[in-house]
Design a protein around this ligand. Structure first.
Ligand code: NAD
Length: 340
């Protein structure tokens, strides 16, 4: 028997989570929602998903556009074992009373405040804490990228403190209404950026301060990390730890990975929508000075949280232990198959 998953909000994250869930042998997508009958709604039907209307008052819009919907979001979630809420930031919190009323478990995304859920989640760092929970928030793309590497460094060498700079893609490729055409925007100007405190929602004991800048690109974020470790390590010790983790991908300038543009070009040949579910760490950037570790990583914001959503489903519905869930998710999404 497969568990029944509803996706509320078939946008950038929702469509990717739907496709990832469809690839699992222990879960199925019973429906996805859209607010309006645009090309994404048509694509959802084309890909075989049952389409529901996220805003009941908009049913007529779908009818007049000639797009068949199965019903409203309330009707969808009644049939679901779990909802993955992929609506825009802050809308998930507005949807929560509907999930509570229906008595259905729900996963929220990083655009929500941490108190929307019982737990802020990352599969590597705290899978076990999500077991059986009703409401879980998968932390944002930047936080997922930070938590994965910091969890590994902390469990292997102990982390004393972290100072990190986030260089953020300004918007996703499809977002033509927003943008920063010519400039570098400190965002926020005042320290810290929200990423450090967000890391602490998963790893509360980590001393971390982050600053963030937005730059005019849509492809990926880049993080420059400075991590003070408790143990003395060599660069090879760090590479060993990262190499063993399928959700970290090590690349090198010598292989032609000179920028995020080249990483995306490589992924275009491999994956649907050039999705990169892994942290992409430049092997050549890993440097140890005294007890301080430096490295640079790139994060594909549209994809990195997708495996975490799949693992959160298994944890909350008590379907598998941590290692088993991560292994299944990794295999189905070909994570870790392309170490370079
Ligand atoms: P998006 O705008 O691409 O998609 C959101 C979808 O939800 C759209 O299809 C929209 O029509 C729909 N929607 C609007 N109102 C709704 C409602 N009331 N109920 C249900 N659906 C509704 O947004 P996104 O980028 O996929 O972001 C979704 C969530 O994921 C946000 O919390 C965001 O912060 C988080 N997130 C986004 C990224 C990213 O880079 N895109 C990365 C990690 C996490």
């Amino acid at each position: 028997m497969k568990v029944k998953v509803a996706i509320n909000g078939y946008g950038t994250i929702g469509k990717r989570v739907a496709d990832a869930v469809s690839k699992q042998d222990d879960m199925e997508v019973i429906g996805v929602t859209k607010t309006k009958p645009d090309f994404e709604a048509k694509m959802a039907i084309k890909r075989g998903y049952k389409l529901y209307c996220a805003i009941p008052e908009n049913l007529e819009l779908f009818e007049s556009a000639g797009i068949k919907v199965e019903g409203t979001v309330e009707e969808l979630i009644e049939k679901a074992d779990i909802v993955v809420d992929c609506s825009p930031g802050k809308v998930g919190a507005q949807n929560k009373p509907m999930y509570e009323k229906a008595g259905v478990k729900a996963i929220f995304q990083g655009g929500e405040k941490k108190d929307v859920a019982e737990l802020s989640f990352n599969a590597l760092a705290n899978y076990e804490k999500a077991v059986g929970k009703n409401y879980v928030r998968v932390v944002s793309c930047n936080t997922t990228g930070l938590v994965r590497v910091l969890y590994l460094l902390d469990t292997n060498f102990g982390v004393e403190k972290v100072r990190a700079v986030m260089i953020r893609r300004v918007v996703d490729p499809k977002e033509d209404k927003k943008g920063l055409v010519n400039g570098i925007m400190p965002d926020p100007v005042k320290l810290p950026s929200h990423h450090g405190p967000d890391v602490q929602t998963v790893l509360p004991h980590i001393d971390i301060t982050t600053v963030a800048f937005k730059v005019p690109t849509t492809l990926m974020h880049v993080h420059s990390l400075n991590v003070q470790l408790k143990e003395k390590v060599s660069e090879d010790d760090v590479i060993d730890v990262f190499e063993k983790e399928p959700r970290i991908l090590l690349v090198s300038k010598d292989d032609g990975f000179t920028s995020t543009a080249k990483i995306i070009e490589w992924a275009r040949e491999l994956r649907l929508r050039y999705d990169i579910f892994e942290n992409v760490v430049w092997r050549d950037s890993i440097a140890v000075v005294g007890n301080e570790l430096y490295f640079t990583q790139a994060i594909h914001q549209e994809a990195i949280v997708v495996p975490e959503n799949v693992d959160a489903i298994r944890a909350m519905l008590e379907m598998a232990e941590k290692e088993e869930s991560i292994r299944k998710t990794n295999e189905s999404l070909e994570i870790g198959r392309f170490q370079i």
